[in-house]
Design a protein around this ligand. Structure first.
Ligand SMILES: NC(=O)NC(NC(N)=O)C(=O)[O-]
Length: 333
């Protein structure tokens, strides 16, 4: 077996392990697009038939009869500089695509797949083999956020691995900031509108949510209201960045969210804006800067109209009063 190039040991920027997601595909009749970013080695059990045919651990489209081609759009969990891609056609033997193309783009914010522009070619219509890890080097020395895989004309790909170097956006990082909402730092949920499927404290747990039940999920609302939860922060502080993570909420992500802060949550007039009503995408880790923060002990999350969140992170700095609160809580405990 030939040696794999060194870059295949770089992180897989698209991996689900880092929050990568497949936002859209032109078709997925035989096997779901989400499988493209599964972190595990593709599995296969022959002669396993569902209502649509053999079950594959990969993305598989129907046989095209129109001369077109199939595409999938991925958002990288870790934006970065791409060294190469591995188009793994494991177990796709009579149904792999004979050729693939790979493109990438760099886009700020959280557009949906149809709003992405500026695609650049990384791999131009390369031949691929079936049941093979097709290793394709890339020479594009810039940071990308999204990748598009095209199968010419159709077929199945088990995994798309996008190896490279993560490059974070410094505008969304503060090395001194602490997650003021984290359970492990003393944050707690002190009220919410609904916890029909799972409890909102789940949003404050460490790490990424492995599945929907590891986050907060509400029942479907059938009125004009919206769901909400209030976090008591670890201590009084200034929130600088908010992470609103809708991972694993695909058909039930909120459409929008807003954040308000308060030093006196019982007083309805005390609440001030932190993040205005903002559009959310399904299955996405959104990071927003909070440029005009004020000291708060509590933050209210509103989601519109319902759904939930996998994680809520409120990165910021404790004030002197907040540090005292933490100390006193520790001494009293
Ligand atoms: N035996 C197959 O895999 N056939 C078909 N695919 C699935 N998933 O059943 C096909 O046409 O590619």
């Amino acid at each position: 077996m030939s040696e794999r190039p060194e870059w295949t040991r770089e992180p897989d920027l698209a991996s689900r392990r880092f929050g990568g997601t497949v936002m859209w595909a032109s078709d997925e009749l035989f096997a779901e697009k989400e499988n493209l970013v599964n972190p595990w080695t593709p599995r296969h059990q022959p002669e396993t038939f569902g209502p649509r045919g053999q079950v594959y651990d990969g993305w598989e489209t129907r046989r095209r009869r129109d001369g077109g081609e199939d595409r999938a759009v991925l958002r990288l969990g870790l934006p970065g500089v791409i060294a190469g891609v591995v188009v793994d056609t494991a177990y796709f033997k009579g149904n792999y695509p004979p050729f693939v193309s790979v493109e990438a783009c760099a886009v700020e914010g959280y557009p949906d797949a149809g709003e992405l522009t500026g695609w650049e070619t990384l791999v131009d219509r390369a031949p691929v083999s079936g049941h093979t890890e097709n290793v394709l080097a890339v020479t594009a020395g810039r940071r990308y956020t999204h990748v598009r895989l095209t199968m010419h004309p159709d077929g199945g790909v088990a995994r798309l691995r996008v190896h490279g170097t993560p490059v974070p956006d410094p505008g969304l990082l503060d090395p001194d900031a602490l997650d003021l909402a984290a359970l492990e730092n003393g944050g707690r949920i002190v009220g919410c509108s609904d916890m029909f499927y799972s409890a909102p404290d789940n949003m404050l747990a460490p790490g990424l949510a492995a599945h929907q039940a590891e986050g907060w999920e509400t029942a479907r609302r059938r009125d004009e209201g919206n769901d909400w939860a209030v976090v008591r922060l670890a201590g009084a502080g200034l929130v600088r960045f908010a992470e609103l993570d809708t991972s694993n909420l695909r058909g039930n992500a909120p459409g929008w969210a807003a954040l308000h802060g308060s030093m006196d949550p019982a007083d309805p007039d005390s609440w001030f804006d932190l993040l205005g009503r903002t559009r959310l995408q399904p299955d996405t880790r959104h990071r927003f800067a909070i440029p005009h923060s004020r000291e708060a002990t509590h933050v209210r999350l509103d989601i519109y109209p319902d759904g939930g969140l996998a994680r809520l992170r409120l990165f910021g700095l404790l004030t002197e009063g907040g540090r005292d609160q933490l100390r006193r809580a520790h001494e009293a405990g």
